[in-house]
Design a protein around this ligand. Structure first.
Ligand SMILES: [Ca+2]
Length: 504
């Protein structure tokens, strides 16, 4: 199957007859007649090149090629209402790329779909079974929680493959998942629960410890909610960040302004404590307590599993309430609507020791994606690329490293993992992008080389730009390897780095 992809793409290109119709498949309009299990096709439209103009940001889509647009509503349970869109380009590359969502956000991800479509993929996205942000929809709707947790994505994938095959006359040669944040959590759910769905999966900054993250964010917000003295101003965060970088930059072997091994950074914010009254070049005792709390880890006393804190280097992404506003809002809604079923529940009621465990118990592995057994996915030949910014202020990067080690232990060691699952930690990168470190890279291309040509990503080139101009390139390395400077040449040029274990 892998050997024929080049040839099969050529066949597809040659057999496109006219807009939305392909020899051997149904014309786009006729897709409406398809019968699919617990799915209703609600709209089918042959869109001309440049013809997709949604009411929101229509100009973003004017460069899209011609495609067959299919809207479906899926109802795998009596309470399900999962909206899906599937776009199949007339000039199809023979592959399917499904794209993920963010936070609790219930909306079809048009921007990510547009990116995939423009590159030739058939692409699908779901609203995860509800509309809008927040989690109030979950109250009294356990089946919708299951849809959000994992079912919407799986059902979308199964239905999309059938529609693609009907319209084009053949199944996708390769199917990929591409998601970050909540989309990374969805990625992990797919790898864990549905090893047959995708040949390759990209899991960016996965919120796989969904309840642990919620608890950490709420824990810090509780401390800061009525504690103005403990909050950190922008100046305070910059002061702290500079001190952290000064303390830990060189510890990874190269003084380059980036902390590439922040898990080994031993920094105590107490070194910044004002000797006398508060000044702009020091922190108060209350502020130091805040910083220590944000860095702190927690342990679920039921499972004994550690939940990550934010890592040294992430300070510029912190907010007045600790982690990001999205982390706090998602955490609050998690406890209101998915743990305590009480819309009036307030952050001040939160008890970390008790409620961290309670949240995980209430979830029953529905939103959490913590199962380390990737053996079925690996045995089937699946490839998983995970990435995470070390300076992520929204989802702890420790979620990713801890999960990596847990998978290695579960499936029989690092060597076995390395052939199928690689984690790329990005120094100085924020949540799914941004930050001071190299933060732009093409994981789809890396994954395709691995899946389709057997070329494993021994490194992935990343770049950082300022005002549109690239000012640093650097390889991202498969964890726990680091990009090690060869000792000569510019430290801003990836060519002067090699991926290896620091101990080698
Ligand atoms: Ca460094």
């Amino acid at each position: 199957m892998r050997l024929i992809v080049g040839a099969s793409c050529a066949v597809v290109l040659a057999t496109v007859t006219h807009l939305g119709a392909v020899e051997g498949g149904l014309a786009c309009a006729d897709v409406a007649k398809l019968a699919l299990p617990h799915a209703t096709i609600t709209q089918v439209e042959a869109v001309a090149a440049g013809g997709f103009t949604p009411s929101e940001r229509p100009n973003d889509y004017r460069s899209l090629p011609a495609f067959c647009r299919v809207a479906m509503t899926l109802a795998p349970s009596a309470d399900s209402d999962i909206k899906v869109e599937l776009w199949i380009p007339a000039n199809w590359n023979g592959k399917f790329q499904a794209v993920g969502n963010g936070a609790f956000n219930g909306s079809i991800n048009y921007p990510a779909m547009a990116s995939a479509l423009a590159s030739g993929y058939a692409t699908g996205s779901t609203d995860t079974g509800h509309t809008g942000g927040g989690a109030s929809w979950a109250l009294g709707h356990p089946e919708k929680v299951v849809d959000f947790g994992w079912r919407a994505v799986h059902e979308m994938t199964v239905a999309s493959k059938k529609v693609i095959a009907s319209h084009t006359g053949r199944a996708p040669a390769f199917s990929y998942w591409n998601g970050c944040s909540a989309g990374g959590r969805q990625a992990m759910k797919e790898a864990q629960r549905f090893p047959d769905d995708f040949n390759g999966i990209i899991a960016g900054a996965p919120g796989l410890d969904w309840t642990g993250r919620a608890a950490q964010a709420v824990r810090i917000a509780k401390t800061l909610e009525h504690n103005d003295a403990g909050r950190l101003s922008t100046n305070d965060k910059q002061l702290l960040h500079r001190a952290v970088v000064d303390a830990c930059d060189a510890g990874d072997g190269l003084k380059d302004g980036l902390i590439s091994a922040p898990e080994h950074c031993r920094f105590d914010p107490g070194v910044l404590q004002c000797a006398g009254s508060a000044r702009s070049d020091c922190l108060t005792a209350a502020q130091i307590d805040t910083a220590r709390l944000i860095y702190s880890r927690g342990v679920n006393r039921s499972t004994k599993r550690e939940v990550g804190g934010l890592l040294p280097g992430s300070e510029l992404g912190w907010t007045d309430m600790g982690w990001t506003a999205s982390a706090r809002a998602t955490g609050l809604d998690q406890f209101r609507f998915l743990v305590f079923n009480d819309p009036a529940w307030e952050i001040q009621k939160f008890d970390f020791e008790r409620d961290l465990a309670r949240a995980e118990e209430a979830d029953r592995d529905t939103l959490n994606a913590l199962d380390p057994n990737l053996k079925p996915f690996i045995d089937r030949g699946g490839k998983l690329i995970q990435f995470h910014g070390w300076a992520d202020p929204q989802i702890s990067p420790a979620n990713s490293t801890q999960y990596y080690w847990r998978v290695a232990a579960a499936v029989g060691g690092g060597a076995r993992v390395y052939g199928s699952y690689r984690l790329f930690m990005a120094p100085g990168m924020g949540h799914c992008g941004g930050g001071e470190g190299p933060n732009t890279f093409d994981m789809v291309a890396a994954l395709e080389q691995w899946v389709e040509h057997g070329k494993a990503p021994d490194q992935v080139l990343a770049s950082h730009s300022t005002n549109g101009a690239v000012d640093r390139t650097r390889p991202l390395c498969p964890f726990p390897r680091l990009a090690i400077y060869r000792g000569t040449g510019s430290i801003d040029d990836a060519a002067n780095f090699v991926c290896r274990l620091p101990s080698d």
